[in-house]
Design a protein around this ligand. Structure first.
Ligand SMILES: [Zn+2]
Length: 518
């Protein structure tokens, strides 16, 4: 599987690096911003912070004057299998969109090579932007195999990024995930959906156990496993319960998408007679390891349940904009004490994995939902979500997201002698609202420099792009077939969507006016 032409193995020892005279954005508990400060990295960890630190002869000294040294950015929610779908799909609501991305009628598994290349592409993009950690909720069309799972994990191992990966695999019939759909489908599509490949609870749990055994803690702890049920309505209750037990047993995060769309609010009412947050709570499965993704169409009762559970919420503002999902009640969640992390969601709905753009969008979108400007997010709060929330969402609080002795040396050196920071007025505001990633000069993961001065240390980017162009011949045919099948299904999904709009839900998370009919 290993392709030496694309990958340059990381040198095995992390060595020592001294960053000299940096402005240091610590993100520590008092949010200190230090100036003209040295940071010594040793054996993959931040060893010492101070002034005029001594460097041993074997230590590499990096002149960091006129630079800000900050924790590596954390992409706390992404689906790498969509990495080849940037710009591929027209805008549409989630339920229409997923037809073209997670085809409900797909028949045969994708190749390990395809999985490897698209994971490498995402890792390359992120490392160049200073993103050192990714929480990847990886789905597999139509089902995962140990080969495709290994391809994703090996790609992350080779790329040198820190990655926590979960297997996002629904296991109920497609029409059971939606309201009204079963009754709308003609007989042939109904049958086709019932026969589409899906795995039993036991098969998926066996894969999960093998996955955790092989990869949790691999690459010197840089790779970790999480669990995922995708969404509560997409799996059987026994599987949801078993995954929750697995998450507790290994003390690892559990990814669950809840109430991303208004349609899902209607689904909860129709299928369970309650909100999907309350449904998960009533099953006894809402706990502190859950990373609840999106949480847009939630009400006050949901917010109280989320807060009491100790879960983290993953906010993906650009994805929510692209799919017209609505706006998450950010300030209400924050006021309830719920930790928030930030994610790009996926290349199909963000079109990049650029966390600088996500941070800026998060800093802006909530301003149009509330005329009371003191409720609007401040740059320092967005940075808090990005680093502190991100670390918590990955189950790595106390390990990453902060520059403090003992923390992992996941660092980014940002050049301040660029247009984004000239003149330098307020570094936090300029990091959130001016920087695009183009000032990132060096990226370090676990004490190893993986990107410097425009060049990745681990991946031959030219070769990677060439191999991806080549495989798109094969993958293009898969996408074409997906499109053909999705076009057959689209009229019934469109009708389902229209029917849900006629059902009142007693709230509106769209900024524009939406009048409920009943
Ligand atoms: Zn997602």
């Amino acid at each position: 599987m290993r392709q030496k032409s694309v990958i340059t193995p990381l040198y095995t020892s992390a060595g020592s690096v001294l960053f000299r005279n940096a402005m240091v954005l610590t993100m520590d508990c008092t949010d200190r911003l230090l100036v003209d400060t040295d940071v010594l990295v040793k054996d993959g960890r931040i060893a010492t912070i101070g002034h005029g630190l001594d460097a041993s002869p074997e230590t590499r000294v990096v002149d960091a004057s006129h630079h800000v040294l900050m924790p590596g950015l954390i992409n706390a929610h992404v689906h790498s299998p969509a990495n080849f779908l940037k710009g591929a799909l027209d805008d549409a609501p989630l339920e229409m969109f997923m037809l073209y991305e997670v085809p409900p009628l797909a028949a045969s598994p994708e190749s390990a090579k395809l999985c490897r290349l698209r994971t490498l592409l995402g890792a390359a993009e992120m490392l160049k932007l200073g993103i050192t950690s990714v929480h990847d909720d990886a789905f597999f069309n139509p089902i995962p195999t140990s080969e495709t799972i290994d391809a994703v994990m090996q790609a992350y191992a080779d790329a040198g990024i820190r990655a926590s990966v979960s297997l996002d695999q629904p296991n109920v019939v497609e029409f059971d995930k939606y309201p009204f759909l079963e009754d709308l489908l003609p007989e042939d599509l109904h049958r086709h959906m019932e026969c589409a490949p899906r795995q039993s609870d036991a098969e998926l749990l066996k894969l999960y156990n093998g996955f955790i055994e092989k990869w949790h803690g691999a690459a010197e702890g840089r790779l970790r496993c999480s669990v995922s049920c995708s969404a509560p309505q997409r799996v059987t209750v026994p599987y949801f319960e078993a995954l929750t037990a697995l998450s507790a047993k290994h003390d690892i995060p559990f990814i669950v998408h809840i109430l991303e769309t208004r349609l899902q609010r209607v689904l909860g009412q129709e299928k369970y007679g309650k909100s999907l947050v309350r449904y998960v709570h009533d099953l006894g499965l809402l706990d502190e390891r859950k990373v609840v993704v999106h949480a847009i169409w939630i009400d006050d009762d949901d917010i109280a349940l989320l807060a009491a559970s100790g879960c983290t919420v993953a906010h993906n503002p650009i994805s929510n904009l692209k799919l017209g999902s609505g706006v998450m009640p950010w300030r209400e969640l924050r006021d309830a004490g719920i930790p928030i992390c930030l994610g790009s969601d996926e290349a199909a709905v963000d079109d990049t994995a650029n966390m600088w753009g996500v941070a800026k969008a998060a800093g802006l979108i909530h301003k149009i939902t509330d005329p009371e400007w003191t409720n609007w997010p401040r740059a320092s709060e967005i940075l808090h979500d990005l680093f502190v929330g991100g670390a918590r969402g990955m189950g790595l609080a106390g390990t990453i997201g902060r520059i403090e002795p003992g923390y992992a040396a996941d660092l980014v050196l940002v050049d301040l002698d660029t247009i984004a920071f000239t003149p330098l007025n307020d570094v936090r505001r300029q990091l959130v609202f001016c920087e695009t990633g183009s000032s990132v000069e060096l990226t370090m993961v676990d004490g190893r420099i993986v990107y410097e001065s425009g060049k990745l240390a681990t991946i031959d980017e030219t070769q990677l792009r060439a191999e991806i162009r080549e495989i798109m011949g094969e993958y293009g045919a898969v996408l074409e077939e997906t499109r053909r099948q999705a076009d057959r299904l689209a009229p019934f999904y469109r009708e389902m969507y229209r029917q849900t709009l006629r059902r009142p839900v007693g709230m509106n998370r769209w900024v524009g006016k939406h009048e409920e009919e009943d």
